[in-house]
Design a protein around this ligand. Structure first.
Ligand SMILES: Cc1cc2nc3c(=O)[nH]c(=O)nc-3n(C[C@H](O)[C@H](O)[C@H](O)COP(=O)(O)OP(=O)(O)OC[C@H]3O[C@@H](n4cnc5c(N)ncnc54)[C@H](O)[C@@H]3O)c2cc1C
Length: 401
């Protein structure tokens, strides 16, 4: 006889009770945050829609918001989890979708608790928007794969224990085929991480060189040659993760700009007033769209709506950051700190207007450029004709490099 998963019957009240039990047994005021998170994972309250024993209860995804709100209400939401963005936002849903039971058991809990940081080894010098052009080779050698190549713009690689990695395993077939997805040990011999300094002066990301890196076949995610399909799951979740975070009304950058408007009457001009009003309304519309996206996500996987949310997020951030600099006049042109730092989070709100202006330039590049997102919306949402693809049926090795 099989036992039905707890989540098949659990409702919001049952989940609130589970949260209360975890918090009662692990007082947030005195318990180490990692211990509290481990208890939350074990109680199936990390991601309620994940299977039992893997951080979930097999419950409807829509109920996650009940759990999150209840932990928040009880003061049991640990801060400082920004360095886990790739693990939580991209690796976990991919491991859930394509991982073997052993892989899910091995990676999900340390990832959730925050013991192990993840990074994403996707982009290469010749493969960014066109990720399927990538050339990092993985060649099978018995029960292992030998990986050689270079990745770039790898956020958090200097902190990461593990990486999600896409490689080329068959150069003789067209570029979208012949790719294979792995979990790469960032401590393995042959992995070299070098900082890359950004426009802001910080180095959030890195170049990563992979030289004869040996990866056991047990760390393959999905079938050989199926890497593109696995990567699509990661990328769809990435867009939501970057652009889909719900904020309160007047939260984020628009709140900062409105605050300056209110507190500095001397900075006001009719033109700036019009600009602020327009951006305020757009930010509110984007907030409500994100809320709708969140509700859609509760009942299924992210679709192209995530691309629209990420596109709007990037454009608004850049325009609002520009308005803030204008509002502040000469003061807006100053910059607080050019020292090379290795931050764990993008401190948009914690830093000054100059930082926000410069860092927001990256918003329209990271996680897929705005041009590419417009292509996705045009093709997959509006049904417009696709980009002309001359390389569709050509083996990857025969493409001009
Ligand atoms: C802050 C930051 C963090 C990042 N973190 C990571 C990370 O952790 N891991 C990782 O793997 N990558 C990361 N990236 C890389 C990011 O995903 C790539 O930079 C991005 O996909 C663009 O690729 P590219 O830089 O090679 O630009 P290209 O692909 O060379 O594009 C150059 C320009 O051409 C445009 N373009 C290209 N193709 C088309 C087309 N078909 N139609 C219209 N326009 C087109 C692009 O939109 C862009 O404006 C990060 C980037 C940034 C800025």
């Amino acid at each position: 006889m099989t036992t039905a998963p707890a989540g098949a019957t659990i409702d919001a009240a049952g989940l609130r009770q589970r949260v209360a039990d975890v918090v009662a047994a692990h007082d947030p005021a005195t318990t180490d945050p990692a211990e509290l998170l481990a208890a939350r994972f074990d109680a199936g309250l990390a991601w309620v829609h994940f299977p039992e024993g893997e951080g979930g209860l097999g419950a409807p995804r829509a109920l996650q918001s009940v759990v999150d709100a209840e932990f928040e209400r009880l003061g049991a939401t640990p801060a400082g989890r920004e360095k886990l963005i790739i693990g939580l936002g991209m690796a976990a849903p991919t491991i859930l979708a394509f991982g073997t039971p052993e892989q899910r058991r091995r990676y999900l809990k340390p990832l959730y608790v925050g013991e192990e940081v993840w990074c994403q080894l996707f982009s290469e010098p010749g493969a960014g928007s066109d990720l399927a052009a990538l050339g990092t080779r993985a060649v099978r050698d018995g029960e292992e794969w030998v990986v050689d190549g270079q990745k770039v713009w790898t956020s958090l690689a200097h902190r990461a224990r593990w990486a999600i990695l896409v490689t080329r395993t068959d150069p003789d077939v067209p570029k979208h085929q012949g790719m294979t997805y792995f979990i790469c040990d960032m401590r393995a011999p042959g992995v070299e991480v070098r900082p890359l300094r950004q426009l802001t002066g910080e180095a959030e990301f890195n170049e990563v060189y992979l030289t004869d890196v040996r990866i056991p076949d047990s760390q393959r995610l999905g079938a050989v040659g199926e890497g593109w399909r696995v990567a699509q799951t990661t990328l769809m979740n990435e867009r939501v993760s970057i652009g889909g975070t719900a904020e309160p009304r007047e939260g984020g950058l628009i709140g900062i700009a409105a605050g300056i408007w209110r507190s500095r009457p001397e900075a006001r001009t009719p033109g700036l007033h019009d600009a602020l009003m327009r951006l305020w309304v757009e930010a509110e519309a984007a907030r409500l769209t994100k809320e709708r996206l969140r509700q859609q996500l509760a009942i299924g996987q992210p679709g192209p709506e995530g691309s629209a949310a990420k596109l709007a997020f990037a454009r608004l951030n850049q325009e609002i950051a520009g308005l803030e600099v204008e509002l502040l006049g000469a003061e807006g042109l100053t910059y607080d700190d050019w020292t090379l730092r290795r931050p764990e989070r993008v401190g948009m709100e914690a830093r000054g207007a100059g930082y926000r202006y410069l860092r927001s330039r990256g918003n329209s590049i990271e996680g897929g450029t705005s041009e590419i997102l417009r292509n996705i919306i045009a093709e997959r949402v509006l049904g417009l004709p696709g980009d002309i693809r001359v390389d569709k049926d050509v083996a990857w090795k025969d493409l001009p490099k």
